[in-house]
Design a protein around this ligand. Structure first.
Ligand code: CP
Length: 312
């Protein structure tokens, strides 16, 4: 397999070249097949050790990274903040240095602080994958989203993707904007003015505050979760009001292109940003995103545990 990936870590989509993104996407199909076998295990990373350091809740990303490592025969250890010495006051750097002393080959980090994986990468030598850092980036989500889009619509160049909802607090939105614009897609972000960062057009996207007006232009609609845990007060009047203007329901789906595809990174607030019949309907790619995420993370473990790199 020809691998063009030139970094020791995956800290964000920012800084990735088109050829690096293509390398990851191209390899994902081969790794996807492994999870559909009866015996879902290959010896690729036998003898390697991967530490999952999840200091924020997660279902999809954490399970996906754990299964990805196991299916490649790596040894894995999973640590959450509530069961680690962080609760006794240990710093992130001290935790990571202690883990490094046990010679892992890769650390996967989810943290509520933006920049935590970048900071850690300056203090330890072990390669790091950012599994979501605050409201900053979630690079593996954006890559699995891009793979899922191209699996369904072909080359993403020239396609129009709407990212709807809480853009301001969303690391998924930020990483998706970076990857989609890099790969030549058109991106429209849409939500209440209070949830769209000022100046976001500089990232190469257009902005709308009116979902009804843009629906007919979109090839793919990516709904975002309202992040109640990151909200300041008063950014919109109520969840009911938010849902009335920005929720995707059957009526709004009927105003989209006939073959429109619906995505959501999960977890879904059912009935708020997405009605259940749309989430579970024939246009939805939500569970394809999850399946593809496992395969894509297998690729990244393979590259970063064993691949060559020319920077740090
Ligand atoms: N999409 C995503 O990051 O989900 P989790 O928070 O469950 O990992």
């Amino acid at each position: 397999m020809e691998i063009s990936f030139f970094h020791k870590n995956l800290l964000g989509i920012e800084g990735l070249r088109v050829e690096e993104i293509r390398t990851i996407l191209n390899a994902t199909t081969a790794f996807k097949e492994i999870s559909r076998r009866e015996i879902k295990k290959v010896p690729t990373l036998r003898g390697k050790t991967i530490v999952n350091l999840f200091f924020e809740p997660s279902t999809r990303t954490r399970t996906s990274f754990e299964l990805a490592a196991k299916r490649l025969s790596a040894d894995t250890v999973s640590i959450s903040s509530s069961t680690s010495s962080v609760v006794k006051g240990e710093t992130l750097v001290d935790t990571a240095r202690n883990l490094q002393a046990m010679h892992p080959d890769l650390i996967i980090l989810r943290h509520s602080a933006a920049g935590a994986p970048h900071f850690l990468s300056r203090h330890i030598d072990v390669p790091i994958i950012n599994a979501g850092d605050g409201a900053h980036e979630h690079p593996t989500q954006a890559l699995l989203d891009l793979y899922t889009m191209e699996e369904n619509v072909g080359d993403i160049r020239g396609k129009t993707i709407g990212i709807i909802g809480d853009i301001k607090h969303s690391r998924v939105a930020r990483s998706n904007i970076l990857s989609l614009v890099t790969m030549g897609a058109k991106v429209v972000v849409c939500g209440p003015p209070t949830l769209i960062p000022k100046g976001i057009e500089a990232m190469g996207v257009s902005v709308s505050f009116n979902l009804e007006e843009i629906l007919s232009e979109l090839d793919i609609v990516m709904m975002l979760r309202i992040q109640l845990e990151r909200q300041e007060r008063g950014l919109f009047p109520s969840l009911t009001e938010y849902s009335r203007f920005y929720g995707l329901n059957r009526h709004r789906l009927s105003r989209c292109k006939p073959g429109v595809l619906i995505m959501h990174p999960g977890p879904i607030n059912r009935g708020i940003e997405l009605d259940p019949d749309v989430a579970d309907g024939s246009h939805s790619l939500i569970l394809d995103q999850v399946e593809n995420g496992l395969a894509l993370r297998m690729v990244l473990l393979y590259i970063l545990c064993g691949g060559k790199h020319d920077d740090s």
